[in-house]
Structure formats: structure tokens, C-alpha cells
Design a protein around this ligand. Structure first.
Ligand code: NAI
Length: 361
């Protein structure tokens, strides 16, 4: 594993097997320098175990960067449960997963991710307190992170519009939304309420119909949505969808959506920059959900407080885009470098404190 192409000095990688429930899972703790490694649990049917390991290594590193950039007192981690999980075994699988999270004694804090819902986290919470994303109380943030993620994406889009097009509001702004699930559907609502015009695509026809009926959205073919002639392209479905080819054909001057790992490779960031397409790095703009989850975990989840933390995504977006221009680096490089700087700075401080403690002894 130490030679794995996605291994990035991860602190700990735990493989889990529970014969009674059939749980097969991997938990990767990338960094606990800033706090407990926080990141969701994904339930996915991978082609093989190698694909699951690659996913969890990449995603956990992404969480370290996301949490650092969002100024959260959290490191980065992630869990993947290898599917499929039969419906009748689901409860036992999540109970066993909860036990495994508890064994890590607070080094890892879990929550929901793709394929995992609030009901699953409620089951996990019956076995460990190191969990977030449980059913939310009235007036408290928590539970399903999608609405918070969508809010952050809308705020990031507004900042990018200001930067790239000098726009102060969303009235008449055309946004193409790819993927109308948890985040995409809430994003459509946020944008529609502020006067934006929506172009949408999803592989599920009923989701398209719903957005058209509720918000007057216009459907676009699946293969064309990111190339649409709009002001903003917002990928909210899959990762690795912005290839060099897509980046070189896009018409939108702004790329800003929730999907994790949007850029197929690092060279895509440069193509976007060369074409003056303002790309808001995914883990910067999609941090609303983890901000809410973190607040829930620390019991500081009154909605007003969480919303003001999510509002910070706006100035942060503006700063990254401005730095990208000033330093002639892609926005992805600026975000990565800044996040790494925060983590390395904390690491350095921790080492210094250890040295002082030793010299006092
Ligand atoms: P979801 O599973 O609820 O929705 C995804 C939607 O994309 C579904 O409606 C699906 O039918 C559609 N879709 C799948 N393939 C497609 C394709 N080829 N073209 C068009 N649509 C397609 O997922 P969710 O929670 O809305 O997340 C969306 C993205 O945002 C994911 O990449 C996720 O990792 C990321 N994200 C989500 C967060 C959250 O709070 N839910 C937080 C941070 C990132």
C-alpha cells in the first residue's frame, strides 16, 4: 500500500471485515493534525478491492484539504463500505461499522456520503458518538448535508459571478446544472429563488420533470449540459467529468458545482485557466455540508451560526480566483497550496510544542 499511487503519507488505513454482518470496509485517516479525521462513509459497489482503496485514499486526502481550507478544527478521513449490501443485512452492517468507528476512539468522525443516508447514521450513532449527520432537531443544523452544500455552492457561484462578470446578483443569469439529486435539486431552488434561469440534465427523467415543473428549468441532453451556452456550468453529479476536451469546448465562463474531484487531471486546471474560465475548486465550494456536520458534531449547530460559517465560502472563492490571476497559477493549485500550507503550519507548530515540552522535562 505504501507504493500505491494514491498513497499520500496517510496516517492510518484500516481494513475491516465482520463475518457476522458481512461488512467489508476501509477507513482511511489521511491527517489528524488539525483535529479528528472527518469525512463521510460511502457505500458503493466497486469493480474490485483495489478500486475501493484508491477511492478512499483519494477522498480522505481531499477531506484534509477541504476541512483545512474551511478553517474547521478537523483533519481528513473517509470510509468506504464495499457493496452490494442486501437490504436485510443493512442494519447489521451499519452496527458493525459503528463499532469499528468507535474502536478508533475519536480519531475518525463519520457521516453520510454517496449511498448512505441519515437513517444509516442514526444506526451508527447507537454504537458510537464519533458520528455526525444524524436526524436534526428543530432549529438545529444537521442530518442531510445536501441543503447546506447547495447553499455553499450558490454562494460560491455568486462570488465567481462578481469576479468574472462583475455581476451583483443572479437575476437572469443562466446556470447549467448537471445532476439533480440531493445537492443539485436544492441548488436549483436556491438559484431559482434569486432569479436565475436553469438548464438541467440528469439520467433520471423524473428528476428533470420535477425541476421543470417547480422552477421552469429547460432540459438539455446529458452529453451537452456542460457545453451549454450559459454563464455558469455547475456539475453536481459525478467526478472526473471535466476532461481536457470538455474544458477546451466549454462555453460557460464559470465552472462551479458540487461534484467531488471534477477535474479529470491536473492539466485540465491549466486549460481552464488559459481559456479564462473561472473554476471554483470543488472542495472549496462544496464545504457547506461538512461545515454543518462539524457544527453538529461539536454541538454548535444552531442554524444561524452554521449559515454564517457557510457564507464565508463567498470571500474565500473570491480570494482564490484573485490569487489565481495574480500568481498565474490555476485556481486548483492555489487551493491545494493554501490547504497544504495550513496543514504543514499546524504540523510544524505541533513539532515545536513537542520540542519545548521535552526541553522542559
Ligand atoms: P446524489 O446521488 O443525490 O445525486 C446525484 C445525481 O446525479 C442523481 O440525480 C443522478 O441521477 C445524477 N447523475 C448520475 N450520473 C449522471 C450523469 N451522467 N449525468 C447527469 N446526471 C447524472 O448525490 P449528491 O449528494 O447530490 O452529490 C452530488 C455530487 O456532489 C457528488 O459528486 C458528491 O460527491 C458531491 N458532494 C455532495 C455533498 C452532499 O452534501 N451531498 C457534499 C460534497 C460533495
Amino acid at each position: 500500500m505504501f507504493d500505491h499511487q494514491a498513497f499520500d503519507d496517510h496516517e492510518r488505513v484500516v481494513h475491516l471485515y465482520d463475518a457476522a454482518s458481512g461488512l467489508r470496509a476501509i477507513i482511511a485517516l489521511h491527517s489528524t493534525i488539525l483535529g479528528p479525521a472527518a469525512g463521510g462513509c460511502r457505500l458503493w459497489t466497486y469493480a474490485n478491492e483495489e478500486a475501493a482503496l484508491t477511492d478512499v485514499l483519494r477522498l480522505s486526502r481531499g477531506m484534509s484539504y477541504k476541512n483545512a481550507l474551511a478553517n474547521l478544527p478537523m483533519g481528513g478521513g473517509k470510509a468506504v463500505i464495499l457493496g452490494p449490501v442486501a437490504p436485510e443485512r443493512r442494519r447489521d452492517v451499519f452496527l458493525a461499522f459503528g463499532d469499528a468507528v468507535d474502536d478508533l476512539a475519536g480519531l475518525y468522525v463519520t457521516a453520510e456520503d454517496v449511498g448512505v443516508g441519515v437513517a444509516d447514521m442514526d444506526i451508527v450513532a447507537s454504537r458510537t458518538r464519533f458520528v455526525s449527520g444524524r436526524s436534526a432537531g428543530i432549529g438545529r443544523a444537521g442530518g442531510d448535508p445536501s441543503p447546506y452544500t447547495a447553499r455553499g455552492v450558490r454562494i460560491g457561484i455568486e462570488a465567481a459571478l462578481k469576479y468574472r462578470l462583475g455581476r451583483d446578483d443572479l437575476k437572469g443569469v443562466r446556470v447549467a446544472v448537471q445532476g439533480l439529486g440531493g445537492v443539485g435539486s436544492h441548488l436549483c431552488r436556491e438559484l431559482h429563488e434569486r432569479g436565475a434561469e436553469l438548464v438541467v440534465a440528469d439520467i433520471a427523467a423524473e428528476r428533470i420533470e420535477k425541476m421543470c415543473a417547480l422552477y421552469g428549468a429547460t432540459p438539455a441532453p446529458i452529453g451537452e449540459i456542460l457545453l451549454a451556452d450559459v454563464d455558469v456550468a455547475a456539475p453536481c453529479a459525478l467526478g472526473a467529468i471535466i476532461t481536457e476536451e470538455v474544458a477546451s469546448r466549454m462555453k460557460a465562463p464559470i465552472l462551479a458545482g458540487s461534484a467531488n474531484n471534477q477535474l479529470a487531471n491536473a492539466a485540465v486546471g491549466t486549460v481552464l485557466q488559459t481559456r479564462d474560465i473561472a473554476y471554483v475548486p470543488d472542495y472549496l465550494i462544496n464545504a457547506g455540508g461538512i461545515i454543518a456536520a462539524c457544527a453538529e458534531y461539536f454541538g454548535q449547530n444552531d442554524v444561524v451560526r452554521v449559515e454564517s460559517a457557510i457564507a464565508e465560502i463567498g470571500p474565500r472563492t473570491l480570494w482564490v480566483l484573485q490569487q489565481s490571476k495574480a500568481e498565474n497559477w490555476s485556481s486548483q493549485e492555489i487551493a491545494d497550496e493554501t490547504a497544504r500550507g495550513i496543514i504543514d503550519g499546524a504540523c510544524h507548530k505541533a513539532r515545536q510544542e513537542k520540542t519545548v515540552q521535552r526541553s522542559v522535562m
